[in-house]
Design a protein around this ligand. Structure first.
Ligand SMILES: Nc1ncnc2c1ncn2[C@@H]1O[C@H](COP(=O)(O)OP(=O)(O)OP(=O)(O)O)[C@@H](O)[C@H]1O
Length: 275
């Protein structure tokens, strides 16, 4: 088992943000965390990253409590791609990617040939090799996102946590990055836990989906178990129409603005009505 979350509860102040959260993630699984704004997804990732301490419960990574790892051990196991890709200093792309090698550096901490090799390999994988000498502050939001993903990959972690990795990416880069993550899962047995609002992307790539609603797990399972019209209606308060993508065989979530929803309801109720 790569990750085991046992009965986590968390509150920033008085209001409880996460309540009795328990789930398991197998090694080499691609898991997506979904849920409405404010449902607690980022908070949960931050707890897994040890950036926040739960009021109750525990997190086990590879059968060890996360608090039992030294900082260096932990950084070799877990990579994090945060939601915010603001860079305060104009480091070059290569410098930022090399920061991911920090837990692997020995002695006085200068990079070795091996570190540069890994940095160039992950820049190649994320298609940012041509940007290596550019300052990160001069990049587009999508390019910065790729740099953060490359930095996390440079850590060579066993588990990667990503907070909305597709937020600033165009559709081609979204597919590119999710496909890359899927390849890492399959070929290198890396475990991915990714927060995303794009339900169709999540449907295509996830082995398992965890749906959070108001700080609790509302549903968990394979895409066709979690992505149902009823679950989405109950968790998000929104009507969707879900069918099966004829090419991939995965659930396809179709948004339905109110008027279309009313129209479909009317149509369903008036069989034979002329349109
Ligand atoms: N630093 C903080 N201090 C106090 N409350 C916070 C803090 N960060 C988040 N919250 C609150 O905790 C709740 C969960 O927030 P969180 O960011 O985990 O949700 P989320 O599901 O990731 O949302 P989104 O989809 O909008 O990114 C929200 O009500 C939010 O206002």
């Amino acid at each position: 088992m790569a990750v085991k979350v046992n009965n986590i509860c968390f509150a920033y102040e008085r209001e409880i943000v996460l309540r009795n959260i328990s789930f398991e993630v197998e090694e080499g699984e691609f898991v997506s965390l979904i849920g409405p704004n404010g449902s607690g997804k980022t908070t949960l990732l931050k707890i897994l990253m040890r950036l926040l301490i739960p009021k109750k419960g525990e997190v086990m990574i590879f059968s060890r409590n996360i608090n039992s790892y030294s900082l260096n051990e932990f950084a070799k196991i877990i990579g994090f791609v945060p939601q915010d890709n603001f860079f305060p200093f104009p480091y070059t792309v290569l410098e930022v990617v090399l920061m991911g090698r920090t837990p692997h550096l020995r002695g006085i901490g200068f990079e070795k040939k091996e570190d540069l090799k890994v940095a160039f390999e992950v820049m190649e994988l994320t298609n940012i090799k041509d940007l290596a000498d550019k300052p990160v502050t001069s990049l587009s939001l999508g390019e910065r996102q790729m740099v953060l993903i490359a930095r996390a990959l440079a850590q060579q972690p066993k588990v990667i946590l990503l907070d909305e990795p597709n937020a600033h990416l165009d559709i081609s880069h979204q597919i590119e990055i999710f496909s890359l993550l899927k390849i890492l899962v399959k070929e290198r047995n890396i475990t991915v836990i990714s927060v995303s609002h794009d339900l169709n992307l999540v449907s295509l790539y996830s082995d398992k989906i965890i749906l959070l609603s108001r700080g609790e797990i509302f549903a968990v399972g394979k895409p066709d178990v979690v992505l149902t019209e009823q679950n989405i209606k109950n968790a998000y308060g929104t009507d969707v129409f879900i069918d099966v993508n004829p090419i991939t065989g995965k659930p396809r979530v179709n948004l339905m603005p109110d008027k279309i929803g009313q129209f479909v309801d009317k149509f369903k109720n008036q069989k034979g009505a002329e349109i």
